[in-house]
Unconditional design. Structure first.
Ligand code: TXA
Ligand code: MG
Length: 456
């Protein structure tokens, strides 16, 4: 039986700049730099991380921590009781497997070769690497980063069976977030972590989103500020022929196709959604990303609804939410009555302005540079009273555009924010899902969240 946390959940702020010295250990013949952390134990930031690492090692209640995509709910992937704690806290169906997070390639290799100490063997090269060669170009380009690769779970695997939910494979990822990497390093175990939302809810991109869903269900949230990507990792299966994208995410199909062996990568998720066949990423079949209020998706190219068209979506609260992205303007006829709220009033909005293109070029060094990025207030909410045939109602309007990156960072926060305002329904302006890098991931999430889809 998993432990339950009956006390209020602590939100522990941690600024990665204050945790100590970071050293990058270049490995000439390897794929990637490794980081070493010389922890400054006098700082409260480091103490918070140490406390979280200790809980991860010993407790069966998972802890929440930031990654560059969304907040994760982590547990020691090698202990069944700890992994069960994740399913319990999230109320997640137990047939939906978890992604395992690593802080170095050696840590992943050790798992793939149970019983063999990596340091003792011959040095790793392309021919003796236990990581299948198909993944080498992806790892080189995109790790650490928003990419999850599917690997065979070896005989004698140290992974708890709950991680894989009965599959013969597991998902592995190295997150591009210093706090996530530091936490895994301090824990010395691979960390299984789904997104830290309650099952079915939008993924959390700020610590307060986690708190809202999991207060008293977990003990600790590491608060590292808002997530810079905002949608989850791309999940790819390179064991199949041709290789397949099981879930679109922070790395786009064009980026994958630029890698040797991946020129012909297929979209496994779209066909599954269209034909209703058994999806290959087990998580894709469940209701997902959904706020309380029904979401109405206006596919790209469709004009914003006239006041009259909004009336059928009204409920007892007489208020609607609207999420604008690239093209929709505020309803000008009512602009004089609109009240602009300060961006600071909107929960979880101060998002970092990290340059996505920098993220993978220099691996860990880019992470450190990213810490200096300035926060950018991104989202403003307006409310306007509209009159449609004697009905007066309120529209709370959030603009998360116009760039695809800002839409990705803001979509889950916007859905959550409008839910807090008790709107009767949320109308979302869709974007072209082939337009640029993460647009497909954003539209995949919105389509899953929406109950009504209005085509253009
Ligand atoms: O960005 C992310 O990936 C975040 C952060 C926390 O790292 N994690 C995340 O985990 O989104 P989760 O559990 O919400 O989504 C994991 C997805 C699910 O769709 C699951 O079905 C799929 O990965 N998955 C995990 N293991 C798999 C496997 N062996 N084969 C196929 N799909 C798998
Ligand atoms: Mg999730």
């Amino acid at each position: 039986m998993a432990e339950r946390s009956s006390t209020a959940t602590a939100i522990l702020p941690v600024n990665a700049k204050n945790i100590g010295k970071l050293k990058i250990r270049p490995k000439s013949d390897d794929l990637l730099d490794d980081i070493e952390i010389d922890l400054d134990e006098t700082s409260s930031d480091a103490q918070h991380l140490l406390r979280a690492a200790e809980e991860l090692r010993t407790s069966n209640v998972p802890i929440a921590f930031p990654t560059e995509t969304v907040y994760g709910l982590g547990a020691d992937a090698t202990r069944s009781n700890a992994v069960q704690g994740i399913y319990h806290a999230k109320q997640r169906p137990s047939d939906n497997p978890l992604i395992v997070h690593f802080a170095s390639l050696d840590q992943l290799r050790a798992l793939l070769r149970p019983g063999m100490s990596i340091g003792d063997g011959p040095s790793i090269n392309a021919t003796n690497d236990p990581i299948p060669s198909i993944y080498r170009p992806l790892i080189k380009q995109f790790w650490p980063g928003p990419l999850t690769i599917i690997l065979p779970n070896p005989t004698g695997s140290p992974l708890a069976p709950e991680v894989t939910a009965g599959l013969s494979t597991f998902g592995a990822r190295m997150p591009a977030h210093l706090l996530a990497l530091a936490l895994i390093k301090l824990t010395h175990v691979p960390v299984a972590a789904p997104s830290a939302n309650a099952s079915t809810k939008p993924s959390p991109t700020a610590a307060e989103h986690v708190h809202h869903d999991l207060d008293r269900r977990i003990r600790t949230i590491i608060d590292g500020g808002p997530c810079s990507v905002g949608v989850e990792s791309t999940v790819v299966d390179g064991l199949s022929e041709p290789p397949t994208i099981l879930r679109p995410g922070g790395i786009s199909i064009e980026q994958l196709r630029s890698c040797p062996g991946w020129e012909n990568v297929q979209m496994g998720y779209k066909n599954a959604a269209e034909t209703g066949s058994q999806p290959r990423a087990p998580g894709m079949k469940y209701r997902h990303y959904s706020p309380k209020a029904p979401v109405i998706l206006y596919e790209v190219g469709r004009s914003p609804p006239a006041n009259q068209e909004m009336v059928p979506f009204l409920g007892t609260n007489q208020r609607l939410g609207m999420v604008r992205t690239k093209r929709w303007k505020v309803n000008h006829r009512h602009e004089d009555r609109a009240v602009t709220l300060e961006a600071g009033n909107v929960n979880g909005t101060e998002l970092s302005n990290r340059n996505r293109d920098n993220r993978h070029m220099t691996g860990v060094t880019a992470l450190i540079a990213a810490l200096d990025a300035t926060p950018e207030p991104r989202k403003a909410m307006q409310s306007m009273s509209l009159n449609a045939q004697e009905t007066t109602f309120l529209v709370l309007d959030i603009n998360i555009g116009p760039s695809t990156d800002s839409i990705a960072r803001g979509i889950f926060a916007a859905l959550r924010e409008l839910d807090r305002e008790d709107v009767d329904a949320i109308l979302v302006e869709g974007i072209d899902d082939i337009e640029d890098s993460v647009a497909a991931a954003v539209m995949n999430r919105i389509r899953k969240a929406s109950e009504i889809k209005l085509s253009s």
